[in-house]
Ligand binder design. Structure first.
Ligand code: NAD
Length: 288
């Protein structure tokens, strides 16, 4: 397929390279010259205008910072510019309302479009092992699947337009809550004189079992190897977790969903991110 890829940052750069590796012809566009130079070295054709990059393509993939930018790129450079038969895939993490709005506009103009946010960070984007949670019609999902398979290890149809973003923010709200809970329990056990490694050995096979404790242990030298063992470098940045929590709270308010712990987790990450936005989100243990 011929695919336009817009947004070649930390995530999009590796994803576009994996489309090339899978045999697709990729037209790359980004505002950053450095990102374009990397895309060129990875085998993409590069463009200095998004509307030109989408000419004649079979599909368009976007991986952009936020909903405002996604909306302006689709309205200004994709809808009405890409061929009508093209399938459109937005892989950015954005608010549910904007995702639904952009998809509705694309559909009204005759396109099939999905929201397809990802789970997995930069390493998974580079390695082609992302998980995609996809919202859209059965037809749009069926068309998007081939493109997504080239960039990920799992592609799951979550439901209608916006369902991918909903799955992503609900998952990450749960992750923030369980991470904070895990750090509190481990720190409290230590303060009470229990060896944290013993606590890990017991709780990880008891009812305290959860992903932060079992697969991402947030205390250095305890449990499995994780960013905690590398000074909380790498992993999933606190600033990105905060972005997702804010999107989750906005979505919760829009449907009057009660999220007492999600809101408290957001407040904790807001305070922590002021000086630690670049650290892995498990570094929130430092606040205890
Ligand atoms: P990034 O800032 O590294 O990349 C964004 C890219 O978009 C930049 O290269 C920027 O120049 C480009 N861009 C901005 N405005 C543009 C425009 N109008 N036209 C063309 N290009 C434009 O961000 P990232 O880490 O790659 O994240 C991208 C998306 O993926 C975000 O929505 C983020 O929430 C999501 N995400 C990131 C991670 C992660 O670990 N980094 C994990 C999961 C999801």
């Amino acid at each position: 397929m011929q695919i336009a890829f817009i947004g070649l940052g930390n995530m999009g750069g590796g994803m576009a390279a994996n489309l090339v590796k899978a045999g697709h012809d990729v037209n790359a566009f980004d505002l950053s010259e450095e990102a374009l130079a990397t895309a060129k070295a990875n085998g993409c054709a590069t463009f200095t205008d998004a509307a030109e990059a989408v000419q004649g393509v079979d599909g368009v993939v976007t991986m952009l910072p936020n909903g405002g930018i996604v909306k302006s790129v689709y309205e200004g450079s994709v809808i009405g510019k890409a061929p009508e038969g093209a399938v459109l895939l937005d892989c950015s993490t954005i608010d549910v309302a904007t995702a639904k709005e952009v998809i509705a506009r694309a559909e009204a103009a005759g396109y099939d479009m999905v929201d397809a946010p990802v789970s997995g960070g930069i390493a998974a984007a580079n390695g082609g092992t992302l998980t995609f949670m996809v919202g859209g019609t059965d037809k749009a999902f069926g068309r998007a699947e081939e493109v997504l398979n080239a960039m990920g290890k799992a592609v799951i149809h979550a439901g209608d337009a916006g369902a991918g973003q909903t799955a992503k923010i609900c998952n990450n709200m749960l992750l923030a809550i369980t991470m904070i809970g895990t750090t509190e329990a481990m720190t409290m056990a230590k303060k009470l004189g229990l060896d944290p490694q013993k606590f890990y050995e017991i709780s990880s096979v008891s009812s305290g079992y959860c992903w932060p404790l079992n697969a991402y242990t947030p205390m250095p030298g305890v449990g499995v190897e994780s960013p905690a063992d590398k000074g909380y470098q790498g992993g999933f940045a606190t600033a990105l977790m905060l972005k997702d929590l804010r999107l989750a709270m906005e979505a919760a308010d829009s449907v009057d969903a009660k999220t007492a712990l999600g809101r408290h987790a957001t407040e904790i990450y807001e305070a922590f991110a002021e000086e630690n936005g670049g650290l892995d989100f498990s570094a929130v243990i430092k606040t205890l």
